[in-house]
Design a protein around this ligand. Structure first.
Ligand code: PBG
Length: 327
């Protein structure tokens, strides 16, 4: 008789037949930062902190020492520096370029990834430049935004970023950023594209962390409809052709079918972002004493990897790396 249970009989056998394993090298730690000299606990994301520059460098170093290869930076920009054209997004002495330089100076082997999108810098709170029509209707301008994203990517590359990650979902931005970087001798800087980024309600806590929610309207004219999966394949083919190095799916846990589909469509590495709302769901279930935090977090990350992601952006990165070491 065929007995699949033989392969589950002992821990040793199970460890030999295991198809997917997690390692700290799979994780990318998203980090929030601000200009203030002190760290601030983020109300909308219990257990997550917005760091001042010194703490950012220290915390990134601790994560790196645990085997986490990369961090991705998300700045909270003061209201006074926000504008309709988001000029602060490509200021060489802005918060992000200074953070990149500080991180690279302190931890030469750490991979520094930056988010390329205008929302933290844009007084309208959108990822792109907003145009108001005669009747007050909002349009997010595509090509005008791409021009600014290219300046932002270049500014991050000049500061020493290893990877730029456009999260804006404008059309054609991967090719434009690649051209800009290549033309300025940054052929070695990679593009991690948010390829299939959905208009998800699970980004709410993140927008609270950065005070970056859209002032009017929503993001549905550029982020994808959660109802669609063939469209993710279309975006995958486009970003691959435009020269992206890594393709990302976001959110992750509720979009495992999309991760699997993107994995089957491309030969490029696939990343997935376990977003703020996913973090909050797991964290609050654990805080209520209803579910075992370590078990649910590691299972959620394993599922994302099993679906086809080679790397996972997760707010649990440091904690998960510690848990995996204890194994
Ligand atoms: C902004 C950006 C967002 C996230 C990453 N980059 C928010 C958004 O698109 O509104 C969300 C991350 C999270 O929820 O953890 N371009």
């Amino acid at each position: 008789m065929n007995r699949p249970r033989r392969n589950r009989r002992t821990p040793a056998i199970r460890s030999m037949v295991r198809e997917t394993t997690l390692s700290p090298a799979d994780f990318i730690l998203p980090m929030f930062l601000h200009e203030d000299p002190v760290d601030t606990a983020i109300d909308s994301m219990p257990g997550v902190t917005r760091w001042c520059l010194d703490s950012l460098v220290r915390e990134a170093g601790e994560a790196h020492a645990l085997g986490i290869p990369a961090v991705v930076l998300f700045p909270k920009i003061e209201d006074a520096l926000k504008s309709p054209l988001a000029e602060q997004s490509h200021h060489d002495n802005g918060l992000v370029p200074r953070a990149i330089r500080a991180l690279k100076a302190a931890h030469s082997t750490l991979c520094v990834i930056t988010d390329v999108a205008l929302d933290p810098y844009n007084s309208d709170g959108h990822d792109g430049i907003v145009h108001r029509g005669a009747h007050g209707e909002l349009t997010i301008l595509n090509d005008e935004t791409v021009d600014v994203l290219c300046l932002q990517a270049l500014c991050h590359a000049r500061a020493g970023a290893d990877i730029v990650a456009p999260s804006d979902m404008m059309d054609g931005r991967v090719a434009a950023i690649r051209d800009m970087l290549d033309g300025e001798d940054f052929t070695h800087v990679s593009i991690l594209s948010y390829t299939a980024k959905y208009a998800s309600a699970f980004y709410g806590p993140f927008r609270g962390a950065l005070d970056s929610a859209p002032k009017a309207g929503d993001k549905k004219t550029y982020q994808m409809d959660p109802a669609n999966s063939r469209e993710a394949v279309r975006e995958t083919l486009l970003d691959g052709a435009e020269g992206a190095d890594i393709l990302m799916v976001k959110p992750a846990g509720l979009y495992l079918d999309i991760i699997a589909k993107v994995r089957e469509t491309t030969l490029l590495p696939v990343a997935a972002y376990q977003v703020s709302g996913e973090y909050l769901m797991l964290k609050s279930a654990a805080a209520g004493g209803w579910l075992d935090e370590r078990a649910i977090v590691l299972e959620s990350l394993l599922a994302i990897k099993r679906a086809g992601a080679s790397m996972i952006l997760t707010y649990f990165a440091t904690q998960a790396a510690i848990w995996l070491r204890e194994h």
